[in-house]
Design a protein around this ligand. Sequence first.
Ligand code: 13P
Length: 251
Amino acid sequence: MKRIKFIAGNWKLWGTLSQAKDLAKALAPALSKAPYRYLVAPPYTALAAVKEVLQGTKVLLGAQDCSALESGARTGEVSVLMLKELGVDAIILGHSERRQFHGETDQLVNEKIKLALKHGFEVIYCNGETLAEREAGQAAAVVVRQTKEALKDISEADLSKVTIAYEPVWAIGTGKTATPRDANEIHAVIRKTIADIYSKQAADAMIIQYGGSVKPDNVRELMAMPDIDGALVGGASLKSETFLPICLFDQ
Ligand code: 13P
């Protein structure tokens, strides 16, 4: 089964409204002609403006999180209903920074994924082990557990709207990348987990992105691995000079 590569930029807590608009303007024309699927996830405050820039292009708009509730007394949170009206296509959920700094658990991530799918969003679901877990030989076991928890009660039909991003925590923003071989090994474990929970067909179709210090000079060898189907890029997605070469890695 031929899986189409999917490359996404997670802008995290970077980019004021004007900076985000400028970056989107620099990316949109080049990505419209590029061969794969692309997404950018600016901060909430820039979603509407970036949507306008992306109008008529094939670049998808992503949000970096959402509330587990549609509405209610949750000061500071943003609901799927609000994201829907802004024309957001996909929501990144379960990012390790949400887990580390906001105490998100696998169970909460599962609730958010179900809510996002119910409202018709695509989801980029992130998982990955910490350095201590890797050093203890637990990397595979951790991602299997996270994946099973996150996908609990999600139907195979809905699964087609989910992309999984394997992001080893120790490789995020550190300049340390998993070797393509190490990353591919965990991707294969994730794909096998999908086969175990769902079916071989679902596993073959699953897009599994790698995230963690993806740069123009390492993207090509990562994308050459059989189970790596794209990238979720942080730091290098903040400048067109570094994000475009990643998106156009084989052009
Ligand atoms: P870096 O590319 O900056 O390591 O970040 C990866 C990431 O967390 C993307 O979600």
